[in-house]
Design a protein around this ligand. Structure first.
Ligand SMILES: Cc1ncc(COP(=O)(O)O)c(C=O)c1O
Length: 421
């Protein structure tokens, strides 16, 4: 019996990606660079080594970079037999809290739950509203709705894409601002929001400042890691994040012990004591296996972010003379470059041009949240969001993650320059 192509590839040690065509099978190699492409005909003779694969998927590359340690960590959990809220979650909570420079980190099931639990622990629910940019992942907003509160959209800065303090000020003084209890600052794409100005406004108007750090692990604002600035913060460990699990995961971060305790109870049925629900909680626990994986990856986060910043510099230099707005890191901040998002008038044509050349350009996001059909009900009471509406058709994410080669970024720059030539 003839072995199938993936079995052949597996024997050759390269069964990671197989692409089938009617006559040929292509397999990606697992060489450390992950870049070789081998072409087989139907009789499984190797025909040629062709152009290296560019732009490997980040979650897979990240797994490959830590394969042995991850497998050992998983084995450790499997053999230990404590599968829910065991030692790995407890250790990861300590290690992540220390990374962010706060006292408490509570592992939860995902980043959306982290925001919801943060709000619920602060009793921000029916009758309260939370200011949030509409230019964000829908999860920032859906978590507010799930907590029972009402999102109040605010506009963003046209260059940094984070909350515009003037727009927050306008929201506070608008008729719908009277129920405002909190502000959820989103450090979108890894760029820290203008926290000093937001904090001043929050202090002045007795609002709670919270951070959505799902895209900004390791970013800093005036030397302080994001997540340590507001009263509490939420992180996501979705696999594509700068610190990503191999599945879902999230964390609530705070220096406030009362708040942290309440989140800890709410994440597990409202139990303070086992089987006694003092509160109406939910089940949202960080998985023990995911915690073990995150412990393997956390020590590499700072170096990976540095690598992202160094690749971003190649884009910045290569695109500076084109009619493109590249990301602008604040001088006081370290951008985590979760995404490299440019602003360009010819967005759709450029995206088509790049994707036709197998360069994975994407839109984050094709619509702001108030433009999403599922959230149209919130748009009715929204303030005008002119900056948000102007940027949505112009934003384009270029490939960026720490496992890309300089050459991949230069290749993308070249393609963009050709588009404009
Ligand atoms: C800004 C932002 N907030 C919240 C979330 C929610 O995280 P999760 O997908 O882990 O629920 C995400 C994830 O995409 C995000 O990008």
């Amino acid at each position: 019996m003839k072995p199938n192509a993936s079995a052949v590839a597996a024997q050759a040690g390269n069964a990671f990606l197989t692409l089938q065509s009617p006559t040929h099978t292509f397999s990606s190699s697992n060489a450390p660079s992950g870049r070789g492409l081998v072409c087989h005909d139907r009789s499984f003779r190797v025909l040629s080594m062709t152009r290296p694969i560019r732009f490997g998927a980040y979650p897979l590359e990240d797994y490959r970079a830590h394969r042995d340690s991850i497998q050992q960590a998983l084995q450790r959990v499997l053999e230990h037999g404590h599968y829910i809220l065991g030692n790995e979650v407890a250790m990861f909570e300590q290690e992540f809290a220390s990374f962010v420079g706060v006292t408490h980190s509570i592992g939860v099931a995902n980043g959306t739950d982290a925001i919801e639990l943060l709000l619920r622990a602060l009793d921000i629910n029916e009758g309260s509203s939370v200011a949030v940019p509409s230019q964000t992942a829908v999860a920032s907003v859906s978590a507010i709705v799930r907590a029972g509160a009402t999102p109040l959209f605010v506009d963003v800065d046209p260059v940094t894409f984070t909350i515009l303090p003037e727009s927050l000020d306008q929201a506070i003084h608008s008729p719908v601002g009277t129920q405002l209890k909190a502000v959820l600052a989103v450090h979108l794409y890894g760029n820290p929001a203008e926290m000093d100005e937001l904090r001043d406004l929050c202090n002045e108007h007795n609002l709670i400042l919270l951070e959505d750090c799902a895209q900004s692990h390791g970013a800093t604002y005036h030397g302080k890691p994001v997540g340590s600035i507001g009263r509490g913060a939420a992180f996501s460990f979705y696999p594509t994040k700068n610190l990503g699990a191999i599945g879902d995961g999230g964390s609530v971060i705070s220096n406030d012990t009362t708040l942290a305790d309440k989140v800890r109870w709410l994440r597990q049925y409202g139990w303070r004591e086992r089987y006694i629900s003092d509160f109406e909680g939910i089940n949202s626990r960080l998985d023990e296996l995911q915690a073990a994986i995150l412990r393997v990856k956390l020590p590499f986060l700072t170096a990976n972010n540095k690598r992202r910043r160094s690749l971003a510099t190649i884009y910045e230099k290569g695109l500076s003379d084109l009619p493109i707005q590249t990301p602008v890191p604040r001088p006081c901040c370290e951008h985590a470059y979760h995404l490299y998002v440019i602003r360009v008038k010819q967005r759709d044509a450029l995206m088509k041009y790049l994707t036709s050349r197998d360069i994975p350009a994407a839109r984050h996001y094709p619509r702001a949240v108030h433009q999403q059909p599922g959230y149209a009900f919130l748009a009715q009471r929204s303030l005008p969001l002119p900056n948000t509406e102007a940027l949505v058709p112009e934003i384009l994410s270029l490939p960026l993650h720490p496992y890309l080669a300089e050459d991949d970024v230069e290749y993308t720059v070249d393609a963009i320059r050709r588009f404009f030539a």
